[in-house]
Design a binder for this molecule. Sequence first.
Ligand code: OGA
Ligand code: NI
Length: 358
Amino acid sequence: MATGEVHSQCAGYTLPVPNVQSLATSLDKSSQIPERYVRPEAEVNVIVRTSEIELPVIDLAKLIHPEFSKEEAAKLHLTCQEWSFFQLVNHGVPEELIEGLKANTVEFFNKPLEEKMVYKQDNDGTLQGYGQAFVLSEEQKLDWSDMFYVMTRPVALRNMKFWPTSPSAFRDNIDRYSLELTKVASCLWLYIATNLGVAPEVFAQLFKDHPQGMRFNYYPPCPEADKVIGISPHSDATVFSILLQINDVQGLQIRKDGEWIAVSALPNALIVNLGDITEVLSNGIYKSIEHRVLINTEHPRITLVAFHGPHNSVMLQPLPEVVRDGKLNYGSMSYQEFMKALFNKKLEGKSIIEKLKL
Ligand code: OGA
Ligand code: NI
């Protein structure tokens, strides 16, 4: 990256907020939680389908297998159109690496607060470090979670001061996982492009040197779990995001056909969701999907979400190849402007992409 160039992921500011994990530890079962976390009832208890739905499964090994590829790619296309959310199995990320990273993440969050605060955010505009994001006012309701965020790609943009040195294998495992996910992401991107009828070279160019950031989320249990939200409803400002559940505590919900649906995933599957960038590039053939996390009274939910963006200089607009009948459904905006708009407001559904709709 040339000196002086503003990287799209460097526009984020957020107000410091209390650490939720230590707040939760200080409460007992009969405690009331601070008002800043209490949501209006209608926000938490909107219709949820009671049974958990297992997300559609896409098999990466089949996708790349000459014999099964066509069928699996057709399934991917349908899934992207109908769900925008799926779980990826046989993804090729070594199990030993996933297990190591899970153990490291749990160990990190279990450290005393002072040790984690060595890595706290320092308002450098990148949101990296331990803290929270998208808090723009003292009045805003807060999410019941802490996050730890590092930018992992392009490699030249890494700021190692935010990378924990303990547990000792953590850095190395984040680095290895980052590379493995880049392979998975590039492969998926290729099939998505082909499904949309876009030449692989065009898509490869859009995804060249793609930014990748890793957000570790810690959602503590809460004595008044039915009054809080772990992460506010939002769609991701990404090409797609790849979520790994660090432990098997569920809580993720997606909004489909106006209803919130609780979803569960197979252990060690990677949960993929299409983001706003893909929605615009595909002219809405694929839509990003709103999701949120609800909290329970007993167990922390821990996740690792890897955000994958497009090349930093991309202009967001429907690709000519996908625009049928000349009808554009979205206007255009540079990726940099888009990310600036994202970080200057609280997380709120699909509000940014709504502005681009024609
Ligand atoms: C996110 C997100 C969901 C989860 O970090 O963008 O949607 O289950 N996380 O942690
Ligand atoms: Ni998300």
